[in-house]
Design a protein around this ligand. Structure first.
Ligand code: URA
Length: 188
């Protein structure tokens, strides 16, 4: 297992898939790596690729706003990253081989952070973290415990722009995350 800086450099120099050649920046992650909660999305979009930070575009801002309302502040309270660290052209879903090439980096990051809570944002993150048999509309909001870590999937914030009715459920899920964190704090 690599240490944080070594891992960052390894990702920077990675050429395990072709996304490196179609993107401008490797987007490692953002927030507090010492916090106990990780949010995991799919892959950087255009704004993230330009700025080198995850979830800074329209969808990211919506998520950040929701979390801030719950007093979860990125720099202080959580770490956020993606299944793939480089942007697929035109924001297409990462191919299986691209995700598989990038996953060892995410696993290493997760092993260093040791989160107590992981939130998968959208079906791509859910598929690679919880399993291919999980379905976002059916299974969002459900908690599972794996090796002492509580994992849940919710809608990708970008999906809320396409279907406004998802906003209520998404908000319920975020509140459930806050509830889980409070519960864990009480027990510790
Ligand atoms: N969508 C994602 O899944 N990740 C980002 O970083 C931005 C948009």
């Amino acid at each position: 297992m690599l240490k944080w800086k070594e891992l960052y450099n390894e990702c920077l120099n990675c050429n395990k898939c072709s996304l490196k050649y179609s993107s401008n920046n490797m987007v490692f992650g953002d927030g507090n790596p010492r916090s106990k909660i990780m949010f995991i999305g799919e892959a950087p979009g255009a704004d993230e690729d330009r700025l080198g930070k995850p979830f800074v575009g329209r969808a990211g801002q919506l998520l950040t706003k929701g979390l801030t309302t719950l007093d979860l502040i990125r720099e202080r309270d959580y770490y956020i990253c993606n299944i793939c660290k480089c942007r697929p052209e035109n924001n297409r879903t990462p191919r299986e081989e691209e995700a598989e090439a990038c996953l060892p980096y995410l696993r290493n990051q997760t092993a260093l952070i040791k989160p107590k809570v992981i939130v998968c944002l959208g079906s791509t993150a859910m598929k690679y973290i919880l399993g291919a048999d999980w379905r976002i509309t059916r299974d969002r909001g459900k908690w599972v415990e794996r090796k002492g870590c509580y994992i849940m999937a919710t809608f990708h914030p970008a999906a809320l722009f396409r279907d406004e009715s998802k906003k209520v459920l998404f908000w319920e899920d975020l509140k459930s995350v806050k509830g889980k964190l409070d519960e864990l704090k009480k027990d510790s």
